[in-house]
Design a protein around this ligand. Structure first.
Ligand code: SAM
Length: 365
């Protein structure tokens, strides 16, 4: 099942979708389901590293089923530390008949040979640009630790109301500080995690998102949680459907490069492109311009992103300071958050959470 799933990922399908589909159609026991998930997610995350491990012993080009079998075998040998005889024989069995001899020979050599990684990006299995960007923005030590952390399976957290939400996202909801009876907007609300969290304060939540399908998911969530104080709309956050200067708090949980949550989507690191960052920064600025228009006198604006790039955090902070100089910064949250411009940064390794950045500002009365 893992081999089939990985072939589809290699072909461009999303690992999360492929695994959910394969497991949905299977009657595997719980342990085996977890094992399939680990194999597919792990091999996808560590694709570059696994490819390095095997390519040392391969001279001719390989067809996808053979290549995927080798990656899967290398993942078990090197990262799961599966005993060599077990990993090799189980992998040979799923390889195409014509290449079983080759898969067997290559994996035996992978099991026996010492590894000298050519560079950090190969060892940690990320594209060069992500490693270079985080090293430049965070420094080598913090970048390496963040990248290592995002190769681990994310920890699960469940809210009191049963909704699974990472603690970093829960802290963002707390930072908004919504109070009973207040009108609070969430301009990028789907799939509804933070909006439904905000509603628990007793505030009325004006939630909107530009994506109809994702907003439908949010609507289902809101209904399941009986969060009746969430009003949902499909709307571009750059032109929000709410009255100007009418909200006590506005959250912009902006679309971002997601470089703080690469552990959640195993293939995201291979899909993201460096040119996404400036495009997203432009959108983040436009969303913030619109959010500022919604603030009532004395109201609070919260900007959050699940990424670690300086452009989308410090850069946005600097831009806000010049574009909206009358907004005053509010104190950032304390440890494990760290001071980051006028806002705060949460490194994923700091408390074993998602990586996140947060900035809180207030409009004068
Ligand atoms: C980080 S996610 C929001 C997650 C959500 N706040 C939660 O906690 O469940 C960013 C969202 O921004 C939405 N988005 C992208 N461009 C947008 C736009 N121009 N206006 C409003 N929403 C937008 C995406 O559809 C996506 O759902």
């Amino acid at each position: 099942m893992a081999h089939q799933a990985l072939l589809r990922v290699e072909d461009g399908a999303r690992a999360n979708d492929v695994v959910a589909e394969a497991l949905g159609a299977s009657r595997l026991a719980e342990r085996d389901r977890a094992f399939v998930t680990e194999l597919v997610y792990g091999t996808t995350r560590m694709r570059r590293a696994c490819h390095f491990l095997v390519e040392r012993f391969v001279v001719r080009p390989l067809d996808p089923p053979t290549l995927v079998a080798l990656h899967l075998g290398a993942y078990q040998l090197h990262f799961l530390r599966t005993p060599a005889h077990a990993a090799v024989s189980a992998t040979v069995e799923v390889a195409p008949r014509r290449s079983r001899g080759l898969v067997n020979a290559v994996l035996r050599r992978v099991a026996a040979a010492p590894v000298a990684w050519p560079d950090e990006a190969t060892r940690l299995s990320y594209p060069d640009w992500i490693v270079e960007r985080l090293v430049a923005d965070l420094g080598a030590a913090d970048a390496s630790a963040a990248l290592e952390h995002m190769n681990l399976t994310p920890s699960a957290a469940i809210r009191d109301d049963g909704y699974p939400q990472g603690v970093a996202s829960q802290w963002v909801v707390d930072a908004v500080g919504a109070r009973p009876g207040e009108r609070v907007a969430d301009l990028c609300a789907a799939p509804g995690g933070k909006a439904s969290g905000l509603a628990r304060s007793g505030a009325t939540v004006y939630a909107s998102d530009v994506d109809p399908a994702r907003t439908t998911t949010a609507a289902r969530l809101v209904r399941a949680l009986e969060a009746t104080s969430v009003l949902l709309a499909v709307a571009d956050g750059r032109r929000p459907p709410w009255r100007p200067a009418s909200l006590a708090r506005v959250l912009v949980d902006a679309p971002c490069s997601g470089l703080g949550v690469l552990h959640r989507r195993p293939d995201a690191r291979w899909r993201r492109r460096p040119e996404d960052v400036p495009r997203l920064v432009e959108l983040q600025r436009q969303l913030l311009d619109a959010a500022v228009m919604l603030l009532a006198p004395g109201a609070t604006l919260v900007y959050s992103v699940c990424t670690l790039t300086a452009e989308e955090t410090l850069g946005i902070d600097g831009w806000l300071a010049s574009a909206h100089p009358r907004l005053a910064a509010l104190p950032p949250p304390g440890p494990p958050w760290r001071l980051h411009g006028r806002g705060a940064l949460l490194l994923p390794q700091g408390a074993g959470t998602d990586g996140m950045a947060l900035l809180r500002l207030r409009r004068a009365r």
